[in-house]
Design a protein around this ligand. Structure first.
Ligand code: GLV
Length: 321
């Protein structure tokens, strides 16, 4: 019987259904590094989470591991080269979470530009208020420019939403992307354009990060990038925390170099730079980009089906690389 190690809390009914006939270990709690190191030894498959440290040292302990079914779009926690060297197939869950994650990114953009978190905290604190023409003014999205770093599935879904709200979109990517679906969303916005990062930072009213975390994109938003942004611009990050230098972000916010930030991800999750908690122009969410029930069900199904395919001697459905 194949042994599947589920490394973190999971929708276990779906795992059991998709991997019927296998022995399933875990699925109710996040395994520590020590537990993972112990469990990986005898595992035929891992159903993994984005915070598992699947580095070369841990992978070296596997004796019969055939497949890692990562239940996430990102896989920066996995040493893919080390896995490949050991003949382990790595899979992820693209194509099922991008719309949901773009909803969240868009929500964060609205929250931070229209000061929704701050306004809600104000009301809940029972502060006196009445309608006032000059109260809680924020930035409207109509006519503003959204700069998308990384026009993959999630970036493109974010761009379509932005176009529907009347935003012009520019993006960075290694190559020109097909932007026809974005432009078709709203003929009155400017045609979507690929630009260099410098231009994107200088001209955008909102910069939204949607690239994977790699050695090239680690701290792609650093002190220099933040200084290049307009002082009236906002940063949104729903990708990976380490794409942004969080200490530099704190400094930039403290010095008024940018207007605010909406964050769902952090460099050292779940720890957050302490000063961010006290900044009213910052929205902080607990990495819930894809946390819609049906989306999480589809992610679990896909991760489990990838495992079943590889263990059954077939090609993975959505392998990395
Ligand atoms: C979430 O961050 C994911 O990569 O799926």
């Amino acid at each position: 019987m194949k042994r599947i190690v589920v490394t973190a809390p999971q929708l276990t009914d779906i795992v059991a259904r998709e991997l019927d006939g296998c022995e399933i270990i875990g699925g109710g709690h996040a395994m520590t590094r020590e537990e993972l190191a112990e469990q990986i030894v005898e595992a035929d498959a891992l159903l993994s989470s984005l915070s598992d440290p699947l580095d070369a040292d841990i992978l070296a302990r596997a004796t019969k591991l055939e497949v890692i079914g990562q239940c996430a779009a990102g896989f920066n926690n996995i040493d893919v080269d080390a896995a490949r060297d050991r003949g382990i197939v790595v899979t992820t869950t693209p194509g099922v979470l991008h719309e949901t994650t773009a909803d969240l990114a868009f929500g964060l953009m609205l929250m931070v530009t229209r000061r929704l978190g701050e306004a809600e905290r104000y009301v809940r604190a029972k502060q006196p208020w009445h309608y006032d023409h000059t109260f809680m003014l924020g930035m409207g999205l109509q006519g503003a420019t959204l700069g998308i770093i990384g026009l993959g599935q999630i970036g493109e879904a974010m761009a379509r939403r932005a176009a529907a709200f009347g935003m012009d979109v520019v993006y960075t990517a290694r190559h020109d992307k097909d932007a026809s679906a974005i432009d078709a969303t709203n003929p009155s916005t400017a045609p979507t354009r690929r630009v260099e990062l410098d231009e994107l930072l200088r001209t955008s009213d909102v910069v939204s990060v949607h690239c994977p975390l790699t050695e090239q994109t680690r701290h792609i938003i650093d002190a220099g990038a933040l200084a290049a942004m307009k002082s009236t611009a906002y940063l949104v990050n729903t990708a990976r925390g380490a794409c942004v230098d969080e200490k530099a972000l704190v400094t930039a916010l403290r010095n008024g170099e940018i207007a605010g930030a909406g964050l769902d991800v952090y460099e050292n999750e779940p720890d957050i730079e302490p000063e961010l908690y006290d900044m009213d122009n910052v929205v902080l969410l607990p990495h819930i980009g894809s946390a819609a029930r049906r989306t999480r069900e589809k992610m679990t199904e896909l991760a489990a089906r990838n495992i079943a395919a590889v263990l059954g001697g077939k090609d993975a459905l959505t392998p990395v690389g």
